[in-house]
Write a protein that binds this ligand. Structure first.
Ligand code: HEM
Length: 140
């Protein structure tokens, strides 16, 4: 009987230990606000100078845009930030972004995520969140 009780207690304890921990939000796993700020800044620095995409950024206040993009990505990945900008449709409507320009931006973002050591799983999760936004950003 004592053996049975001991076995049951051991099994219950192991059960507690083996409980899978809920996965942290993508925001945390990606490296939090510092990483999202770095990724946003670097991506925007590159696409605003790349001749394939630079035309849309002429006259745009890059500091404000960088902060806005960083907050947007924070919210979309589950971070506790506040995004006060426009919807994707509204903020890109007048820019007439093409599919080719959208793809350059995604390529640069992917490359920056790699360069900053973001894991493949996290990188793909973020790209999957952004992919459906193409229909709101692109208007050609
Ligand atoms: C999934 C892809 C994209 C996301 C998530 C995104 C996100 C954003 C965000 C959050 C803003 C700020 C809106 C605001 O503060 O009201 C913004 C504005 C802007 N985006 Fe994008 N964007 C994307 C694709 C692109 C592409 C492909 C281009 C150009 C090649 C682009 C060019 C701009 C420009 C120029 C602005 C500033 C507009 C202004 O201040 O009038 N975006 N975007």
């Amino acid at each position: 009987m004592r053996f049975f009780v001991l076995t049951m207690i051991t099994a219950l304890c192991l059960g507690c230990v083996a409980q899978p921990k809920p996965e942290a939000a993508l925001f945390q796993r990606i490296g939090g606000a510092p990483m999202l700020t770095r990724i946003s800044n670097q991506t925007l620095d590159i696409v605003s100078k790349d001749p394939r995409t630079s035309r849309s950024f002429e006259g745009v206040k890059m500091k404000t845009l960088k902060e806005s993009l960083s907050n947007f990505l924070c919210v979309k990945t589950g971070g506790a930030c506040v995004y006060e900008g426009e919807t994707m449709k509204k903020s890109h409507a007048d820019l007439h972004i093409t599919t080719a320009e959208f793809e350059v931006m995604v390529d640069v973002l992917r490359e920056r995520l790699d360069a900053n050591g973001v894991g493949t799983k996290e990188k793909n999760e973020l790209l999957k969140i952004l992919a459906p936004m193409k229909r709101d950003v692109v208007s050609n």
